[in-house]
Design a protein. Structure first.
Lengths: 414, 109
């Protein structure tokens, strides 16, 4: 792999940029791999990367039915935070957030991690108490957050209207090292590093069946033919139910559409991320100047990657009350992704009824922030059969009623 | 946009008139059931990319619960029927078969 550096830019500038190679290799599939990962989103790619980096397992293929990062990883609003309530959540999300801090250096790929600070507005008394509780929990977990006053909110984000008629801002949960990163770059950076370790990234390769013998997976059927494996990792977000169906087990997951939208670009006016969970809206400003906006998910099973119009209407009308300056902004683009929702709004990183098959899913509306931590833990689970980061997130928590309940804690999760 | 017709009052409306109620035809398991059955009833869900049966409530209308047969990949609605039944009526199954030959959902086909 040719390293990216200031020197490389100067060198290539001097010779008409003819020396930039492919970021990752394109190779035909082998007959068999030690590990097959289904799904080249952030979580699948990060899993492969840490299998190689932390465990030396590099005979790995990552199979993707579309293009790399074309699922939710390339469709999200890129918010990164780790201010969760429950201890197991704080552990995995904070591991992820801390890995984001050095990801550009680790991968030699600029993922534009921008810890610009993130606030979750408290707009009801109930939310004030909830976020104060989270701030205390975070202090015990070693996650740096604080509950700030409405005045401080206004100082940090002057375009907020703190005394709106319906939902005045009463304070906020502030995480100074939360922020955003470039979502495509995260997928591309991991893909380049995986390819460099000799792993195969097979795009336009849809898994259509899971081959089994004696309660174990022997390989997968794909649109590029049958491929064998010793271990299988299913990391397909919204399509988890489809893959579990192929493998013959059931999941506590439903897939729904979640939408986002961006405005026309405007001058810099907001250098923090703001989430307003009571009114179901959140916003940040991209480097191009667009206001990046997300809202709530559809209320029914859906695989159409579109989503319903009234959710956009609801999100935008709620945000206009909090950000009056955007009332005349034009919205440029809207899109949807299919998110995999669990009942307790926590992920599943687990062994399955098939001995050598593992599943990583259920990240729902908020898994971009978790990509490196999830990959770190899931690689350990796949390599060793056990991982402290994943312990609480097994499928058995549903049998045992041992939920990691973040739905009550977050209201909306991103 | 998803348009549904309420089988009770006959009103067709777009989805904001209704409220989704999740998977239909769930078999209840309670005290005395095996743990696997109880877990499955509470948490496991059909999550098909294709034909699906689900409950809806006509919240901004007559208020009644009904069931819709719908394709989750296209939003095509094959039909709706009253909720007082444990399986989809034959007529709805025939409509689905005409549009999606070979479909299967749990034990229904
Ligand atoms: C609109 C929106 C906004 C969001 N905002 C945020 C946010 O601000 N912050 C945050 O932390 N999270 C956010 N999320 C959630 C986040 O995007 C996801 O949790 C995360 O990207 C999931 O990553 P993944 O790798 O598991 O899935 P994906 O990126 O979806 O990757 C799964 C891949 O599997 C592939 N696949 C599926 N079936 C098959 C098959 N049969 N064979 C081969 N490949 C297959 C798919 O094509 C896909 O590329 C948002 C999501 C959406 C939709
Ligand atoms: Zn009605």
């Amino acid at each position: 792999m040719k390293r990216y550096s200031a020197f490389a830019i100067a060198r290539e500038a001097a010779r008409n940029h003819i020396g930039w190679g492919r970021a990752w290799a394109k190779r035909p599939p082998k007959k068999r791999y030690d590990v097959i990962i289904v799904g080249a989103g952030g979580h699948g790619l990060a899993t492969a990367y840490y299998l190689g980096r932390n465990f030396g397992i590099t005979n790995v293929a990552i199979l993707e039915k579309g293009w790399l990062g074309g699922g939710n990883t390339g469709r999200n609003t890129t918010i990164i935070r780790s201010n969760y309530l429950q201890d197991p959540s704080a552990a995995i999300y904070e591991k992820a957030r801390s890995l984001y801090e050095t990801m550009s250096q680790d991968l030699n790929y600029n993922v534009m991690f921008s810890p610009r600070g993130l606030m979750m507005l408290a707009q009801t008394e109930h939310e004030v108490r909830g976020y104060e509780r989270t701030a205390h929990a975070n202090a015990l977990q070693g996650v740096e957050t604080e509950f700030i006053s409405a005045r401080r909110v206004k100082e940090l984000c002057p375009i907020i209207n703190i005394d709106g008629p319906r939902y005045p801002v009463l304070g906020a949960l502030w995480q100074a090292r939360g922020g955003t990163a470039r979502h495509d770059a995260v997928a591309w950076g991991y893909a380049r590093a995986c390819s460099d370790m000799g792993m195969d990234i097979l795009q336009q390769c849809e898994v259509t069946g899971v081959r089994q013998a004696d309660g174990k997976v022997t390989g997968v059927d794909t649109t590029l033919g049958e491929i064998g494996c010793d271990k299988l990792g299913i990391v397909v977000a919204g399509h988890s139910g489809v893959l579990a169906g192929m493998a013959g087990f059931r999941l506590p997951i439903e897939s729904v559409a979640l939408q986002a939208l961006v405005s026309e670009p405007i001058k810099p006016c907001m250098d923090v991320v703001v989430m307003a969970n009571t009114v179901h809206g959140y916003m940040s400003q991209s480097d191009k100047g667009e206001m990046v906006i997300g809202g709530s998910a559809d209320g029914y099973n859906n695989y159409t990657q579109r989503g319903s119009f009234h959710h956009l209407e609801h999100t935008v009308s709620a945000l206009i009350e909090t950000f009056p300056i955007m009332s005349r902004l034009k919205m440029l683009r809207q899109w949807g992704g299919i998110v995999d929702m669990t009942g307790d709004r926590s992920p599943i990183l687990s062994a399955t009824p098939l001995g050598n098959c593992f599943i990583n899913c259920g990240w729902g509306t908020g898994g971009f922030k978790a990509i490196p931590g999830s990959g770190w833990g899931f690689a350990e689970l796949m390599a060793k059969g056990q991982s402290p980061l994943c312990d609480a997130f097994g499928l058995n928590r549903f049998t045992e009623g041992r939920f990691v309940d973040e739905s009550v804690a977050a209201g909306v999760a991103h | 946009m998803l348009i549904l017709t309420c089988p009770y009052c006959g009103v067709s409306g777009e989805e904001t008139e209704f409220h989704g109620g999740g998977e239909a035809h769930l078999k209840r398991f309670g005290p005395g059931a095996s743990e696997a059955d109880f877990e499955s009833y509470l948490f496991h869900r059909e999550n098909p990319k294709g034909v699906h049966f689900e409950r809806w409530r006509h919240v901004n209308g007559c208020g009644k619960w009904f069931i819709a047969a719908r394709d989750t990949a296209t939003l095509q609605v094959f039909g709706t029927y009253p909720a007082q039944t444990t399986e989809p009526p034959q007529e709805i199954r025939d409509k689905i078969t005409a549009a999606r030959p070979g479909w299967r959902w749990r034990d229904f086909a």
